[in-house]
Design a protein around this ligand. Structure first.
Ligand code: DSN
Length: 413
């Protein structure tokens, strides 16, 4: 940083500390990642100065010729990555992307069948605390409580009973791949449309490492900053027949001027995801998650669904005599960043649930492999066993700081 520390010492210092935190700890929140320097450059570019309401070739402002090029690049690359008929790269994030889809496809009062939050669903899939729950009628399916996996028999029964207009697949705490054809079959049976929210999985889908709903479903939403390793933002992909409605729902329906610096960064990230080494990256995320799961199972951790097919692990930590909150705090003190998380039908509260959720996308970006996962699994076990022993936690933190030196991050900054 050159200009910021001089002009604004406080913000500059906080940013420098955040950089140091990212460099010296283990980032294991499964929805986080580290973008490339090229993505950072695009994010901090002059595209932030430009208003460009509308879409490429059809704007409400002058001077949009270069912005059009940028946005079209992002659209074309996303189409290629996912095999999409139509793409809108303007959603500011995942929540507005989902809201725009509800308003594009449905009328107020219509029924949406989505997954319960404590079973791995997402707040924006109709949790009662959200505004959308006041407008649409959300009904919630659950995972099988024994296996933790989606119970398609129950889902079908609920679809027949509630006749939803939209069936929603896609989760933020579900460690398995999804059978999108099974969802579509049920939707066809009851005449519902289908929507997948692949925010967590997008990078792995783009790399061909997980099933792709885009050719099957009506609409697919995603964020671009998780496994896709782009800037913080959202995106909607859909069948051609929904294109106009989706675009109108984002603008002018929901949003104003698109954040074109973020769209430029999306274009860069999509180009990165089209390179052969991104496929290797996505494969390694999975290999690392499996290696970590294996190690934690050896330490008697209770993994929801017994393991993982993707980038994340959901762990019930109560057999270790800690709550999710206590585990998160102990791991934080040891230099391992995870988040507390509800487990299916959690008897505890969201602020102090029974579980933690962790994943491997960011560590894999740093270049870590299976052997590091084994060491990290041992540290997680040691930290949770010693959750009230600050000496042990500090010691793990110093060992982690040493390990992170072997996997440099943002040395250029
Ligand atoms: N907040 C994101 C996550 O951590 O999964 C989902 O929006």
């Amino acid at each position: 940083m050159k200009y910021l520390p001089e002009f604004d010492k406080q913000t500059g210092e906080a940013l420098a500390k955040e950089l140091h935190r990212q460099q010296t700890t283990l980032e294991m929140i499964p929805s986080e990642n580290f973008v490339s320097m090229a993505v950072l450059e695009a994010l901090g570019s002059v595209a932030t100065n430009k208003y460009a309401e509308g879409y490429p070739g059809k704007r409400y402002y002058g001077g949009c010729e270069h912005i059009d090029t940028i946005e079209q690049l992002a659209i074309d690359r996303a189409k290629k990555l996912f095999g999409a008929d139509h793409v809108n790269v303007q959603p500011l994030s995942g929540a507005p992307a989902n809201i725009a889809v509800y308003f594009a496809l449905l009328e107020p009062g219509d029924t949406i069948l989505g997954m319960d939050l404590s079973h791995g669903g997402h707040l924006t899939h109709g949790h009662p605390v959200t505004h959308m729950a006041k407008i649409f009628n959300f009904v919630r399916y659950k995972a099988n409580i024994e296996t933790g996996k989606i119970d398609f028999d129950q889902l079908r029964e609920m679809a027949i009973e509630h006749k939803p207009k939209l069936i929603l697949a896609g989760y933020s705490a579900y460690p398995r791949d999804l059978d999108y054809k099974a969802f579509q079959k049920i939707a066809d049976e009851v005449g519902a449309m289908t929507m997948a929210d692949v925010a967590h999985l997008a990078g792995m889908i783009a790399a061909g490492e997980l099933n792709n709903p885009v050719p099957i479903f009506d609409v697919v939403t995603t964020t671009t900053h998780k496994t896709l390793r782009g800037p913080r933002g959202g995106m909607i992909m859909c069948k051609k027949k929904h294109a106009k409605k989706i675009d109108k729902s984002i603008f002018p329906g929901l949003q104003g001027g698109p954040h074109e610096n973020v769209i430029a960064a999306k274009a860069v990230a999509f180009k990165e995801a089209l390179q052969p080494d991104f496929k290797e990256y996505a494969k390694q995320i999975k290999t690392n998650a499996k290696a970590l799961a294996e190690n934690l199972l050896k330490h008697d951790f209770k993994l929801i669904t017994g393991g993982t097919d993707n980038h994340l692990l959901l762990i019930d930590v109560t057999n270790k005599n800690v709550s999710g909150h206590q585990a998160e705090q102990a791991l934080d003190a040891a230099g391992i960043t995870v988040n507390k998380n509800m487990i299916p039908d959690d008897p505890r509260s969201p602020l102090d649930p029974s579980g933690i959720r962790l994943g491997t996308p960011a560590l894999t970006t740093r270049g870590m492999h299976e052997s590091e996962m084994k060491t990290i699994g041992n540290w997680i076990n040691e930290a949770i066993d010693n959750h009230d022993n600050s000496v042990v936690l500090e010691h793990i933190k110093s060992e982690i700081a040493e390990l992170t030196k072997k996997f440099p991050l943002y040395n250029e900054l």
